[in-house]
Design a protein around this ligand. Structure first.
Ligand SMILES: [Zn+2]
Length: 345
């Protein structure tokens, strides 16, 4: 950890919190779209934790978690290591209230695409350039990454997601998920050396553990997301000896025990309004009906069944222009539910 930690225009000396921007891209008005960053350099040596939120522009709870951690909870005088906080990773999505960049409809993190957006193209599209500069300025300086996302209403379940397929990061990721303390979804397909250089894949290739944290009620700053997010983050910092204190178990939220595995997305076969008969976190048998799609006369068109013995973590319905959670209504083929299983069920 250097004496002067520099990220974008912010330079923090030991014991300091500083703010600045990572220079982004320019619109056709010559307006700059930059990425605000907070840099906290601890008094003593230790790991550098990068906290990022709002890779997806409607998922704003992590912004508040980062601000609470860096402005209220952690004092640089007592910190061993450093924290880099990026409240809004993708300003092109956030400024337009959209999930993806409004300008090229791309996902900064490379999600949801067969040819994902990578962070290795300084001369690429607007969003590719943001990913590149984020890697250069922030991700490449981190020893661990807390990537905070949120599901959206109606209702959802807190979880973390880790990929334990890579020996260099497995142990640290398991420790981070355990102390964060919510339902943990585990993936184990290794990231190959020739996998596309997305931000997350680059982290793995460099031996940097990158935990995905999914809070709930993403369009709002609300409880219990803030408390759960702050408590889990502080637990990770305690577990890696960045701050003093005991690990605090999560309280007041549903936690599914065991090793959980993502099963898939259930899609609508009819169009209409949708009502939910189960709450995320409820255990369901295969074939159990968890939602009904009904038309504007009130007649039920489809009774939607759970495809496996398992659980739902959220209902990402109401998708429009790639942005979920805008309306409690679906069209044929729309996303309805994320389904997962647990080895302990
Ligand atoms: Zn997200």
């Amino acid at each position: 950890m250097p004496d002067d930690l520099k990220v974008g225009t912010a330079t923090a000396k030991r014991g300091e919190l500083q703010k600045g921007v990572i220079k982004g891209i320019e619109l056709n008005t010559t307006t700059s779209i930059d990425i605000p960053v907070l840099v906290m350099n601890g008094e003593k040596d230790g790991p550098t934790a990068l906290m990022v939120s709002t890779q997806h522009g409607i998922e704003i709870q992590g912004i508040e978690v980062i601000l609470k951690i860096m402005r209220e909870k952690v004092n640089p005088k007592n910190l061993r290591g450093a924290i880099i906080g990026i409240p809004v990773e993708n300003p092109l999505a956030f400024m337009h209230h959209q999930y993806l960049s409004w300008i090229d409809n791309q996902d900064l993190g490379g999600g949801g695409s067969a040819s994902p957006l990578t962070a290795d193209k300084p001369n690429g599209t607007a969003t590719e350039r943001l990913a590149y500069i984020l890697w250069q300025e922030a991700w490449s300086k981190a020893d661990m990454v807390l990537n905070i996302h949120t599901n959206v209403r109606p209702d959802s379940l807190f979880f973390t997601e880790i990929n334990v397929g890579n020996p260099k990061t497995k142990e640290k990721l398991e420790k981070m998920a355990e102390v964060f303390g919510v339902t943990n979804v585990v993936e184990s397909v290794p990231i190959a050396d020739d996998a596309p250089d997305t931000l997350a894949n680059l982290a793995v290739k460099n031996g940097v553990p990158d935990i995905l944290i999914e809070l709930i009620d993403g369009r709002w700053i609300s409880e219990p997301s803030i408390t759960v997010g702050v408590r889990g983050t502080l637990n990770i910092m305690k577990a890696f000896d960045m701050i003093d204190g005991d690990i605090e178990p999560q309280e007041g939220v549903i936690i599914i025990p065991g090793i959980c595995t993502f099963h898939g997305i259930v899609h609508a076969n009819r169009g209409g309004l949708i009502r939910f008969l189960k709450t995320p976190g409820d255990f369901m048998k295969k074939g159990e009906v968890f939602a009904e799609i009904y038309d504007l006369y009130g007649d039920v068109l489809e009774r939607v069944e759970c495809p496996v013995d398992g659980y739902i973590w959220a209902y990402p319905c109401g998708d429009i222009l790639g942005t979920p959670g805008s309306l409690q209504a679906v069209q044929t083929g729309a996303n309805i539910a994320y389904v997962f299983t647990s080895d302990k069920q």
